[in-house]
Ligand binder design. Structure first.
Ligand code: FAD
Length: 477
């Protein structure tokens, strides 16, 4: 009997189970020869955010975000998943509610549709139980997809294998900015005391300088900005002390930030030849050098307030954010270090991980990694070449895969720096030349260049996904 165990029936686990079961069925397996078992703890044990017993429950917003596959990384991921036969996308499409260019759903109908299709699949069974320890080695082919709110018993068991440093219970997310939206009339490159790191040239950081007056105004804005509150259960989760929000630091004393993440020592503003009153440093976030994060700037400010407050920072007047900051309960592992290229744990290779626990963010990204993990698990069960299911590096699926596995692009670039959860975005894609002309031969100018580049990225991705799926299909026949 081919047996795959999926722990967690959320966005990732449902998609993983569906993909695996469909591949087994297409290979000719029946209930006598193959089974995919989902172990879902609800309703036996609830999480702090789920409120139903349905599979793939959306715990907050009912939106899968932009559905524009021509020039948006999220919409592109939708389309790639549709082409891969995603159950999550099919159920979302069938249960849409009006939301402009976004794909939003009736959450109960959506979850109901996923649950119904999974329950009806002949090769899938659902067991309602909490898995409280590491799955035994006899479970040879396991996908752990227990999400940001993985039950504490299982999280502690994973923690014991990964070690202290490699599993986080909280996201302490600093905002990430597109480099090309930073004003370099104000900002400059310099490492503190011009210190050279490995491979660095003493100018690794982008610095944003504050005068005393600008600093005081910024502290006021941080203190006054609208914040989201910690939930009661978040306050009791381990390791929270390590990641204080910047606005809490500002409230503790007006100079606290100037002696902490905003200290100006070892830095000289080339415009004045002097040390600024305070500095915010931005550190490169991806090897491509397109994204920079605000060092030490985890925050509980609401998204709208963050945009208002951070655009007051000298040099960020026109900043575009790839991700805004936050702090919330989120169980995730240091995937690039712990997992192999097919999401298996190097130290315990009967365990595969998928979903938010791998360090992606959001319903869609979680489902996308479930899609890949389900395919990897099925190919392993079938004795096939698991690496044939690795997505093309130019695709949105490939971008997420690389983010998790720390894989490198063929042009030498890959993910870099401390591992932090991420949504899909074009900063994770390999370089593409911006087209010079449109389809009618007209020169592309100004703002249109950015859109043209995004369109080129989407077109390349979809062509490569079609070729990849076509090759997989041909191999199966
Ligand atoms: P989940 O969908 O959470 O599924 C994990 C499943 O595993 C759950 O059903 C759980 O019951 C089960 N489980 C856990 N432990 C065990 C165990 N030991 N044994 C058996 N089963 C277990 N993302 C968005 O895109 N938009 C949002 O608005 C949004 N809001 C969020 C709000 C909150 C409060 C939280 C916590 C997260 C939010 N997210 C949001 C993130 C979102 O939850 C995830 O992106 C997505 O649900 C993750 O999918 P997943 O399959 O990895 O985990």
């Amino acid at each position: 009997m081919k047996q795959i165990h999926i722990i967690g029936g959320g966005l990732a686990g449902s998609e993983a189970a569906w993909q695996a079961a469909e591949m087994l069925r297409e290979a000719g397996h029946t209930t006598e020869t193959a089974r995919v078992t989902i172990h879902e703890m609800r309703p036996v044990k609830k999480t702090e955010a789920h409120s139903t017993n349905g599979l793939a429950e959306l715990v907050c917003s009912n939106s899968f975000r932009s559905d524009d596959a021509t020039q948006n990384a999220v919409g592109l991921l939708h389309e790639e998943m549709r082409r891969c036969g995603s159950l999550i996308l099919r159920s979302a499409d069938a249960n849409q509610v009006p939301a402009g260019g976004a794909l939003a759903v009736d959450r109960d109908h959506f979850s109901g549709a996923v649950t119904k299709e999974i329950e009806a699949h002949p090769l899938i069974e659902i067991v309602r139980e909490e898995v409280t320890g590491l799955p035994p080695a006899e479970w040879e082919n396991v996908v752990i997809a227990t999400g940001p709110l993985t039950s504490m018993a299982l999280a502690q068991a994973v923690h014991a294998v990964t070690g202290e440093e490699e599993l986080a219970f909280f996201d302490a997310i600093a905002p990430i900015i597109y480099k090309d939206s930073i004003n370099f009339d104000t900002a400059w490159f310099q490492s503190r005391y011009d210190k050279k790191g490995p491979g660095g040239d003493g100018a690794d950081y982008i610095n944003l300088p504050f005068t005393e007056e600008e600093y005081e105004r910024f502290i006021d804005a941080l203190i006054e900005g609208e914040k989201t509150e910690f939930k009661e259960w978040e306050k009791n989760t381990p390791y929270f002390e390590g990641c204080l929000p910047v606005e809490v630091m500002a409230e503790r004393g007006r100079e606290t930030l100037r002696f902490g993440p905003m200290k100006p020592v070892g830095l000289t503003d080339p415009r004045t030849g002097k040390r600024p009153h305070a500095v915010i440093q931005l550190r490169q976030d991806n090897a491509l050098g397109t994204l920079y994060n605000m060092v030490g700037f985890q925050t509980k400010l609401k998204y709208g307030a963050q945009k208002d407050v951070f655009k007051c920072i000298p040099g960020l007047e026109n900043a575009e954010f790839a991700r805004l900051g936050g702090i919330h309960r989120n169980t995730f592992i240091n995937s690039p270090k712990l997992l192999d290229e097919t999401f298996r744990m190097k130290k315990a290779d009967h365990l595969r991980f998928a979903g938010q626990i791998t360090g992606v963010e959001g319903y869609l990204e979680s489902a996308a990694t479930g899609l890949l993990a389900g395919r990897f698990a099925a190919l392993q069960a079938l004795g096939g070449d698991v690496t044939s299911a690795l997505p093309p590096e130019t695709s949105a699926l490939g971008a997420l895969h690389r983010h998790i596995t720390g894989g490198h692009l063929s042009d030498g670039a890959g993910s870099k720096g401390a591992f932090q959860p991420m949504n899909v975005n074009f900063g994770l894609f390999p370089f593409i030349e911006t087209p010079k002309q449109d389809a009618d031969g007209n020169r592309i100018k100004g703002k249109e260049k950015g859109f043209a580049r995004k369109r080129a990225l989407c077109a390349r991705a979809l062509a490569d996904v079609d070729a990849w799926l076509g090759a997989g299909q041909a191999a199966a026949e």
